[in-house]
Design a protein around this ligand. Structure first.
Ligand SMILES: *[C@@H]1O[C@H](CO)[C@@H](O)[C@H](O)[C@H]1NC(C)=O
Ligand SMILES: *[C@@H]1O[C@H](CO)[C@@H](O)[C@H](O)[C@H]1NC(C)=O
Ligand SMILES: *[C@@H]1O[C@H](CO)[C@@H](O)[C@H](O)[C@H]1NC(C)=O
Length: 919
């Protein structure tokens, strides 16, 4: 049977010969003011306004994925969201550059003069990130052609063999601004000199920079500042458990254990077993390898083989060729042998490159396997670098067979730090012990992270579940008003972001994603945290923000915190649970977690009071173990802070996906009063918050380094000495990483600007032939429909209550495919009918507005015709309004006229637009 909805006057019992399936209770009624005298058959369907820019029609929620962003058609103009915030003359150059890039020149960026100029002020890595954002191309530095000598000649005024002077650079920079018709020039030449100074410092060739070094700067100075969210193939890391104990050779039938006094021989075990040798119990895996702890000293297993670790990067599988890279500019692409009897390819690395066997060559074998050992600085884009981890239940000593792989893949810095530490420098200890800044100890108020162990109280809170509070509204933990996730969500297998261990030392800030099966060892017990990328505390920060913009605590508490949502959970709990999910978690070293807290909590923001100030202040000398350990901890912390921008960048996808879940949850809320459009306000708040994060990362990293540097210098001066060369970061400094904050934010909702959820009012269906308006009696409410494009409409308290749905009329005589009758959900109405959404035609206005409304079904804007009848002739007393809609006005009108003549012979169609009149 075809469901048909009618809106009837208040007293009408709705029984209609089985044809009509209506809405018992008759909550919606036409007014009793209208008197039909004569009527016109002309029908004025609701204007569809297909050209209106306010509405886009989409049957799905916008996705947050990078693929979705990349699919946006590219405009021939710089996309503002692709640009970072910089000095305006520089921004003009960058905009001109990214606008100039196309498929034909994407690998010859440095043949575009504005790109060369932009690279010098904007940062090469950031510029490439912006190019990728603008074009959707994947841009690699190694693929970029060299700076053409013609451009270089222009910079050095035709003196090809000369190095670039500061004056050359200033002239080039201003010349490019003129060439791109820049609207902005630097406020003074000091601005440009500062750009140049960064380059001369990097090049370390004095006050001028020769071609080779300038070209190197363009290719290697800061790429990649921000990797990822793109599919750029980089070497990733995977953790493999490493049992260093000897294993019996395959085919052996017995296993022999020998001490100085006894010999024990057993059959090769086929199940986990244990053997007692001289009073010591040894657990053996099937096959006979000792597990869980090192083979006890004094016991050997003759004939068993001690495994050797293969540190080679594993190339991507099933590829026709493998790319090998090495800094600064070595790239070679080698075809994979095609058959098992094809000769191996013998590859020679860049001059001077040697593997641990002293060779400069290695082999590529069928079907894409490395033979021999790769030199340590060779990379394979898309390859996987194995790193070793102790087996899960391992106790006792365990030695990393390849410590460099877990610390850094920048062999240059690794080897230089190794050579400089050959003197009597104390090696870093494994433990990292800097305490948190006191400012971050109240994090519970912002939402506890899974692994926070700030205090005993915190430990209890963390174990009891994730909580958040809204102290600004008088809710605080002391009173027990905490919203807690009753489910414990824990990260097991996942991604571990690390710059390597503190013990490896060095100056690297290269952040590597390592896939792990469980909590990594990191720098020792309690030094690796499972972290929420999108913080739980953002919920409180957001509501504090709207509270400060005159949204009352009562409103927030009644409409969100304590209000049950569609599924019975309070909105606050469902928001918390959108965040507290494994996909929003990664493993991260404690110092990175601490650095992020400084930025997220917006504290320790000045040069005089930088992050970790208290611990830096405690450093008193360069030799006592306590001070040395603190200095090493501080250097490790600073390196983590410098990599924080990359961490934000690398986790942008998780951040954005979680933010979108929160935003989508907010689209479901229908408050009592329309004081704020929550998903729209959330997106705007998040944008304004994140705008400050890139500089929040770089300025704090710079501040803490400078504070540390000053402290060390002061200690040296006090002792009339110099800072020992044992602290590698001290002389080199850091280049803190920035990131593109836009990649973290979901697309803003495209919701209508007026009559936001919570607005109540009257639905005017149209006009009677005598010109009198026909209005519903019931109060209708604009609802959050869980959509970022349109609202819901109905008489329920929210969208889980009575709201508009569509019943199919396509089999009703006179009605074509796509014709529907729209009405409210409720008793007697079949479940599962598609929702009808509301599109008020705000025309740029906000607030409560009396405006025409149209309806949207499955992404299509409907045209509707309203039937009016005083149904007294069939025994049902009262006025009936039936609304029939379709994708086209013709289909809706034809269907409505057919229903009119067959069912409501005394009725007529209303004319004019359907309108919402807020109360
Ligand atoms: C319907 O009529 C009654 C009685 O005249 C009146 O009080 C009421 O306001 C009318 N309702 C509407 C919606 O006009
Ligand atoms: C509907 O019809 C009944 C019976 O003829 C009449 O009493 C009533 O006034 C009519 N109502 C309207 C609004 O025309
Ligand atoms: C690979 O080439 C190097 C140098 O060309 C040579 O010394 C080495 O023996 C070759 N290795 C094999 C396995 O052919």
């Amino acid at each position: 049977m075809t469901p048909v909805f009618v809106f009837v006057t208040a007293l009408l019992p709705l029984v209609h010969g089985g044809l009509l399936l209506g809405i018992p209770g008759a909550r919606l009624a036409a007014g009793n003011t209208s008197v039909a005298s004569s009527f016109s058959r002309s029908v004025a369907p609701v204007s569809t306004s297909t050209s209106s820019a306010d509405f886009s029609i989409s049957s799905t929620l916008p996705t947050s994925s990078v693929a979705g962003i990349a699919a946006v058609p590219r405009k021939r103009a710089a996309i503002p969201a692709c640009l970072k915030t910089v000095e305006l003359s520089c921004l003009n150059l960058a905009a001109n550059c990214i606008d100039s890039v196309n498929a034909g020149n994407v690998n010859t960026l440095w043949s575009i003069k504005s790109c060369v100029a932009a690279g010098t002020c904007y940062g090469v890595g950031d510029l490439i990130t912006s190019v990728e954002c603008q074009t959707g191309f994947i841009v690699t530095n190694s693929a970029q052609a060299a700076l053409p000598t013609s451009i270089y000649n222009g910079i050095v005024m035709g003196c090809t063999s000369c190095a670039i002077t500061q004056q050359n650079y200033i002239d080039f920079y201003y010349g490019q601004l003129t060439a791109v018709n820049s609207a902005n020039f630097p406020s003074s030449s000091a601005v440009v000199k500062a750009f140049w100074s960064v380059i001369t410092t990097w090049a370390a060739t004095g006050s001028t920079v020769p071609y080779k070094n300038f070209n190197d700067w363009l290719h290697f100075s800061s790429f990649p500042v921000t990797t990822t969210t793109t599919t750029t193939p980089v070497t990733t890391y995977t953790q493999i458990t490493w049992n260093p104990n000897p294993a019996p050779t395959s085919g052996a039938v017995s296993e022999t254990f020998v001490t100085s006094t006894i010999t024990v021989i057993i059959a090769i075990p086929t199940a986990t077993t244990s053997v007692v040798v001289g009073g010591t119990s040894i657990t053996l895996a099937p096959g006979g390898t000792p597990i869980n702890s090192p083979l006890p000293p004094g016991i050997s297993i003759p004939g068993a083989t001690t495994p050797t670790w293969n540190p080679n990067i594993i190339p991507p599988t099933s590829v026709p060729s493998v790319t090998f890279t090495a800094p600064p500019s070595f790239t070679t692409i080698v075809a994979v042998p095609t058959a098992s009897n094809s000769p191996p390819k013998n590859i020679t690395g860049p001059p001077g490159d040697k593997n641990s066997d002293g060779n400069n060559w290695w082999l590529l074998l069928f079907p894409g396997v490395i033979g021999g050992l790769l030199p340590a600085d060779i990379g394979i884009p898309g390859g996987v670098k194995p790193t070793a981890a102790p087996p899960p239940d391992w106790t006792g000593a365990w030695t990393d067979p390849d410590p460099t792989s877990t610390s850094t893949h920048n062999s240059a810095s690794a080897s230089s730090s190794a050579s400089s530490s050959s003197s009597s420098c104390p090696q870093p200890t494994g433990a990292y012990s800097l305490s948190d800044d006191a400012e971050n100890s109240d994090w519970d108020g912002l939402g506890s992270d899974p692994d926070r162990r700030r205090s005993n109280v915190m430990t209890i809170a963390a174990r009891a579940g994730r909580s958040m509070t809204l102290p600004v509204c008088g809710i605080d933990t002391a009173n027990g008003n905490v919203i807690t996730n009753p489910n414990t969500v824990s990260l097991g297998a996942g991604t571990y972001y690390t710059i390597g261990t503190k013990a490896a030392g060095g100056t690297s800030i290269a952040l590597n994603p390592i896939v792990v099966n469980s909590r990594p060892v990191g720098n020792g017990a309690g030094t690796v945290a499972q972290e929420h990328i999108f913080e739980i505390g953002y919920i409180r920060q957001f509501f504090e923000s709207i509270n400060s913009q005159s949204i009352s605590c009562t409103w927030i508490v009644n409409n969100v915190y304590n209000q049950a949502g569609w599924d019975g959970r309070t909105w606050a709990l469902s928001l918390l649970q959108e965040i507290d999910q494994v996909p929003n978690m990664v493993w991260v070293d404690k110092p990175m977690n601490q650095a992020k807290s400084n930025v997220v909590n917006r504290n320790k923001a000045t040069a005089a009071d930088p992050p970790q100030k208290a611990n830096i202040d405690k450093i008193s000398d360069f030799s006592t173990p306590v001070s040395v350990n603190s200095i090493q901890d501080v250097e490790y912390f600073i390196r983590n802070f410098a990599a924080l921008g990359t961490y934000f960048s690398n986790t942008a996808g998780r951040f954005q996906a979680t933010a979108l879940r929160v935003q989508n949850r907010l689209t479901q809320i229908t408050p009592n009063t329309p004081d704020v459009n929550l998903p729209v306000a959330f997106n705007a708040w998040l944008r304004s918050l994140l705008t400050n994060y890139p500089s929040g990362c770089t300025s704090r990293a710079t501040n803490v380094f400078n504070y540390y540097h000053t402290k060390m210098t002061n200690i040296a001066n006090q002792h009339n000495s110099v800072v020992p060369q044992c602290f590698p970061l001290f002389p080199t400094g850091i280049n803190p990483q920035s990131f593109t904050w836009q990649n973290l934010v979901p697309p803003p909702p495209t919701l209508p600007s007026c009559n936001i959820p919570g607005t109540q009012g009257t639905w005017q269906f149209g006009f009677n032939p005598n010109g009198s308006p026909e209005k519903g009696l019931a109060t209708f409410r604009v609802m959050g429909a869980g959509r970022s494009d349109f609202y819901g409409f109905g008489t329920g308290a929210d969208f889980s209550g009575a709201h508009l749905v569509a019943g199919d009329l396509s089999t009703t005589p006179g009605c074509a495919n796509g014709a529907v009758s729209i009405g409210l959900t409720g008793p007697g109405v079949p479940a599962g009918l598609p929702d009808v959404l509301l599109s008020p035609q705000c025309n740029g206005q906000s607030g409560k507005q009396t405006v025409p409304i149209s309806f949207v079904l499955n992404g299509q804007t409907l045209s509707c015709a309203s039937i009016y009848t005083n149904q007294s002739v069939t025994g049902n007393q009262g006025i009936i309004i039936q609304i029939i809609c379709a994708g086209s006005a013709a289909v809706a009108t034809t269907c409505a006229n057919s229903v009119l003549s067959s069912t409501y012979p005394t009725g007529h169609l209303l004319t004019g637009s359907m309108t919402f009149i807020p109360s």
